[in-house]
Write a protein that binds this ligand. Structure first.
Ligand code: PLP
Length: 323
């Protein structure tokens, strides 16, 4: 079956669909940062998005795009991260039921937050029951629409609305740096950048320990790696998606990597100097800049602070100890 890849038109439709539900998040700047980098940097604050991450955009758009009949039957996903909370929240917003497949040993705070948004949870054993099989079975049995965290045209289109807002409000950027996990955010951003900042460059940034995207770009096909370990827990899927990879391959300038220690430097800067609390994954782009992985002198640079869902104990540890 031929894949149907989303286009910038889909991003525009997504923007209309999600407008009544999603926040138009603010954009922050810092003279200290600009002086340090010799550039003009614009940080789009998606940690202030509903559900605490940009994931609400894609989840909301995917549910809004369903037919009323399909929507009434409910939705299912197998992510336990920010997408789970985003889908639960979006489902409640549209008056439908979300079922989230989560491992038994998921953190209590995450389980409570997902339940708090009204989702039903189907627990599984992460070592014996593959989560994709469970969500597919639930979809087949109950007619739920399966909405995965990144490999879905309407999810990608929804994520693209974030960079569209940034460019709409602040003009075209010379360079855009976007965190990369499964590639929904990067692919969506590329759709918007391709239409709205011709001549600009878009980079993906992933954790060094989970550089499957960089490897995939180098060899020209999707590379799957072993489950990586990084404090950037929102960016450790083991492979890109069938929908996200071709869009990324076509449009991205390059994929950079950063270490956990470099992420912490950026996270501390955001907290201390800009009073912005974000999760480690949200720091991928800024960490690449602060670590000097890309020369952006004299440029207008856009960054997406992708989320803010960090456990307070983890936050305290990262702020005070070296990793
Ligand atoms: C999911 C996520 C990412 C990565 O997004 P993909 O679409 O999987 O590439 C980055 N940051 C945060 C906070 C996320 O939740």
């Amino acid at each position: 079956m031929a894949l149907s890849l989303p286009t910038f038109d889909d991003v525009l439709h997504a923007a209309e669909r999600i407008a009544p539900h999603a926040h138009r998040t603010p954009v922050f700047t810092s003279r200290t940062l600009d002086a340090q980098l010799g550039a003009q940097v614009f940080l789009k604050a998606e940690q202030l998005q509903r559900g605490g991450a940009f994931k609400f955009r894609g989840a909301c758009n995917a549910i809004a795009a369903l037919s009323p009949q399909a929507r009434a039957r409910g939705v299912v996903t197998h992510s336990s991260g920010n997408h789970a909370q985003a889908l639960a929240l979006a489902a409640r917003e549209f008056g439908t039921q979300a079922t989230i497949v989560m491992p038994h040993d998921a953190p209590d705070a995450k389980i409570a937050a997902t339940r708090g948004y009204g989702a039903q949870i189907r627990f599984h054993d992460r070592y014996t029951e593959p989560r994709e099989e469970i969500s597919a079975a639930l979809a087949a049995e109950h007619g739920y629409a399966l909405i995965p965290p990144y490999d879905h045209p309407q999810v990608i289109a929804g994520q693209g609305t974030c960079v569209r807002e940034l460019i709409q409000e602040h003009g075209a950027m010379d360079t855009l740096l976007v965190g990369l996990g499964g590639g929904g955010l990067l692919a969506g951003s590329l759709l918007s950048a391709g239409a709205l900042m011709p001549g600009g460059q878009v980079y993906g940034v992933e954790p060094e320990a989970g550089n499957d995207g960089q490897q995939s770009l180098r060899v020209g096909h999707i590379v799957t790696i072993a489950q990586p370990r990084s404090i950037a827990d929102g960016a450790i899927p083991t492979h890109l998606g069938e929908h996200t990879f071709p869009i990324i391959q076509r449009g991205v300038r390059d994929i950079l990597t950063v270490t956990d220690a470099e992420l912490v430097v950026a996270m501390r800067f955001l907290a201390e100097r800009m009073k912005l609390i974000v999760e480690p994954t949200a720091c991928l782009g800024l960490a690449a800049l602060m670590a000097g992985k890309l020369d952006v002198r004299g440029q207008r640079v856009g960054l997406v602070l992708s989320g803010g869902n960090v456990d307070l104990e983890v936050l305290a540890r990262l702020m005070t100890n070296a990793v």
